[in-house]
Each structure stands twice: as C-alpha cells, then as structure tokens.
Write a protein that binds this ligand. Sequence first.
Ligand code: ADP
Ligand code: MG
Length: 240
Amino acid sequence: MNEIAAPLLKVEGLGAGYGELPVLHDVSLEVRRAEIVALVGSNGAGKTTLLRALSRVLPSTGSIVMHGRQLSQATPDQAFAAGMVQVPEGRQLFDRMTVQDNLLMGAYRRAAKADVARDLEKVYGFFPRLSERRRQLAGSMSGGEQQMCAMARALMAAPVLMMIDEMSLGLAPVVVEQLMGVLADIRDEGVTVLLVEQDVHLALSGADRGYVMETGRIVHSGPAASLLNDPKVRQAYLGV
Ligand SMILES: Nc1ncnc2c1ncn2[C@@H]1O[C@H](COP(=O)(O)OP(=O)(O)O)[C@@H](O)[C@H]1O
Ligand SMILES: [Mg+2]
C-alpha cells in the first residue's frame, strides 16, 4: 500500500482487559491524517481501556500500527515517541504550578528548546485565554480553562495523534462549543485527533468520522454525519 494513502493509525483485532476480566473484544479502527475521529459510547463501554492499550500502559493482543510501525509490543515511551499523546480524563494538571509551567511540562522530553519557545506562542494562539493567564496557578482556574490547559500541555509534546478522554465532561455547553472550535483549528494545523466521549451527539457533531463502542466492541462506524442520522444510533444514544 502507498505510504501516503495508509492511515496514520490502524488498529486490528485488539483485545485487552484487567487481569481475568476481558474488556475489549476484536476492536478494529483507523484514524487518517488530519481528521477528527470520535470514539463514542456509554460509561463503561471500554473507551478509556482502548486509549490505555493504544498508549501501551495496558497490555493488549492484536495489532496497533502507527506511521507504518507496529506498536503492539511497544512500551509507553515508544508510543509517546511515535507521537501518541493523551489528554487524560479529569485533566490531571499540576494544580500548584502556573499555566505556563504546566505547558512546559508537556514539552519536557523535547530537546530543541527554540522549537519549544515557538510552539508555546503557537499554543497560546489556539487558547488566548491561557495566554492571559499564563502566570496563574492551574488549579485556580475554571473547569473549562483547566481543560484548555490540559489540551495545550498535550500540544506542547508535539503530538502526531492527540487522544482526548472525555473532553466535555462537567463543562458548560458554551465552553464545550469553544473547545470543539479549537479542535478543528488544531486538526487544520495537521494534528490528528481521537476524541473519546460519552456525549455522543457532541462528539459526532464535531468529528469527521466516528466509531460507536458497546461493551468493548465497535458496533457502528462511518462518517460522523451518517452516524448522527443512523436510526439505531439515534435511538440508542440521542433519545429519538
Ligand atoms: N483498573 C480497572 N480494573 C478493573 N476493571 C476496570 C478498570 N478500569 C476499568 N475497568 C472496567 O472496564 C470496563 C470498561 O471501562 P472503561 O474503559 O473505563 O470504560 P469507558 O471509558 O468507556 O467509560 C468497565 O466494566 C470497567 O468497570
Ligand atoms: Mg472513560
């Protein structure tokens, strides 16, 4: 297959679980360059477990190919080096550090300091609110600002694939709307996004393509607009 046409991430037949408890069953999905892909499903469906397997903090069976490289046996450091960066559920910021120091923590593994300084200004360009608050302690900000800070910190790692776990959880709709707008900007700058959400309508509304997960299996997939119009998806997740 032509390297350009190959997806950025191709997952095939993935299985994972916790001890004796299997959670993921035969999960296959693709993420192409510079698209926003939504992975949606109810609480407990296995979305976070999938992210853990992709970032290699949880062992799994099956195949994970990124940039043509097989990562199924990789370490978390190797997955990170390949460009997979997570924005964890609950943000997990350093509350007692400033916004700017949180962002610099995202870049700590990068050697080229001039690039880091340039990217800092670029990231502040995505999030002007953070620029205004760069000297403020992260823990003193609103939930929406903290989510911005977590996303900005991930961008400072220069990700190829940014994986965001429950971006909208606990945030007001107007804030979520802003964050979705920034995700589109980030995608347009060439960063590929895997958006993991319980809020099915929100995620599919802002994504290019989507996958619906139920009890550890992918049960629907396709262009996000088609999923939003699919009667089965609408009945199960959108209350119509
Ligand atoms: N650390 C863990 N140990 C054991 N079981 C877990 C652990 N984390 C999640 N699970 C179980 O795995 C299943 C999927 O959970 P999770 O991946 O967190 O779903 P989601 O992110 O879609 O809400 C659930 O049944 C959950 O109880
Ligand atoms: Mg989860």
